[in-house]
Structure formats: structure tokens, C-alpha cells
Design a protein around this ligand. Sequence first.
Ligand SMILES: [Zn+2]
Length: 358
Amino acid sequence: MTGGNPNRRPAEHAAPTEATVKQLYGTAFRCGKPDCRLPLFRLDNETGDRTLNSRVAHIHARREGGPRWNPGMSGEANRSGENLLLLCIEHSYEIDENAARFPPEMLREWKGAQLAEHDQIQRSWHLNNEEVAEASALSFDPHQMSIATASATTVVAAARAVGKMVSVGRQRRRLAHQAAQAWQALRLRTNRMMPVFDMNGDRLTVEPSRAETKPYQEALDRALADGQAELESLAVDVVAELHVVSAVDKSLGPWCDWVERQVEELITAAGRWPGRPPTEDDQAWPDAVAELQRASVTLSAAWRGERRGSPPEAAPAVSGPVETDEQRAVREHRELLESAGPWGRVGTVTMTRRCTHA
Ligand SMILES: [Zn+2]
């Protein structure tokens, strides 16, 4: 890293004092991440008991090579309240896991807002000695941290992998949509260029020939298949993380299963287009996205202990018979006729009008 003696031990500052931890909790109420409203302790409405729901995070890491490590910082400054930020458990790991996305300036801004909020609402946490010791141990003790990190990092990693699937899936869906639009444009062009009228003088719908539509159909099929393939490879990461989460914390197993099922649903939806010749996309894809996101957010909530009960049951597998080529040809032909319907109706209206004038 620094090119010096490779055997040199990395520098490490002392942990913040308990007095500092006490003072931090006395001037903050909620997680410092602005879009997160979680209180630093969770309250049980029935018993009134409170459970620590937060960690003391370092803006500049304590250990050399750690997140946002600042080599010029003194030990005193490193463990002072200014360098520390209270965050909910999930976000305390997130800022270290993705340190590049959370630069020190941003975290200092959060801290400023957290203090300002306390000034305004005058709510904070007055910790007893046991609570101070617990918060310090969970935040600074490397052994405790490694246990907690095992489930925290995997839950966060699973959520991130789901987020990636959704964003890649959306990009891919746009490509499929473009392919469908190009196909549709061909149909409109064909109709404009080849006006055909029936015996009554009404205009008929003309479909492009199979040879003309073939490349467009192939492009749509390819866009769908490519999207599906890419999501399948991303799903490998999600599923791997989910299995680790279940292994570390068995109570989360059913929630992980739910996310896994929704991952499958998303992949199925990605390979599907509502009609041929192309019609507008339907709700199946956005529904699959929303459901996967819901499952993923709920898994995180279950891990934070905010969620009791159990996830929705898996729907009984309705693996319908797979469409044969012949069935598909028949269906596509029927869809073609249906799509020509509106044009036909225009003709009928014209005819009716002509009759009234007669
Ligand atoms: Zn938070």
C-alpha cells in the first residue's frame, strides 16, 4: 500500500471512550442517514424495554486501510465525537461496505443534520453504564463485530444484489421495448405505403410479410433472451448471499426463501412480452419488480428485528403446459387478427355514416 516495510503492523487508534459514547447518544435521536428515520433504540410498546438498534460509526476509520482512513489524523481527533456518527445497524455497515459512496464530507453533513435535529426536537438517549458498555462493545470490539458483520454484510450484499438485478432488468426491458417499437413502426409504414381497399372502398389493414417481420421478431426475442440471461447470472449472486444469510441466522430463512422466489419470478417476467405482433408492455414486468423489491426490503426489516410473523406462502406451482411451436403459431395468428380489429372497425363506422347519408 505505502510501499514501505510490508511487515509493519497497520496503524490503529484507540477506541473512543465511554464518556464520548454517552455524550453522542445524549445528542442524537435517530439514525444519521437522512432518509432513514430509525430511532437509535427500539422500544417495546408492551414492556417499555429498549434494545440497542444502532452503532457508533467512524467517519475516518480507526484502522489504517479502513474506510476513509486519514493518515494525517491524530489519535485524539480520531476518537473524538466529531469523527463519530450514530447510525442504525444496517447503515453503520453500509457506509463502510461502500466507503467510496459515502465520503467524509457527506458523513459530516449527516452528523450536522443529526445534531441540528436534536436541538430542534430535544430528544435523545440517556444511557446507563451497561448500555454504554454494550454500545461500545458492539461498535468497537473486533470479535463482536465480526459475528455481527457476518449477517450484516450478507443482508446488505443481498439487498445490493437485488438492486442491481432490478436496475439491469430495467435497462434490458427498455431494449426489448425499443425492439417492439421498431417492429410496430414497420407495420405502420407498411400500411401507409400500401393502401388497400375493399369493395366498399374501406381501407384494409395490411400486415408486412413474414420475411419482413422476421428480423424484427428476432430482435425482440433476442432482447428478451439477453435480458433473461443477464438476470440469471446476477441471480447467482443474490441466491448465494441469501443462503449465507439463512445459514448465519436461521430465523431469516423463510424471508430469504421469499426473496429467492421473487428473483425467479423476475427472471420469468423478463423473458416474456405480452403479445405478438408487439403490443405495449403490460403490468407483469413492473409487478415482478415491485414484488421483488418488497421481499428484499422486508428481509432487511426482519433482520433488523422490526418484522415478526412470516412471509407470504409460496403460491402452489402452476406450471402450465409449455406452448408448442404449433400452438404458438395459432396464438400469434389470432393476436394478429385481433390487432387488425381496430382498423376494421374504422371501416365499419365509415360505412354506417355513408348509409345514413344515402
Ligand atoms: Zn439508518
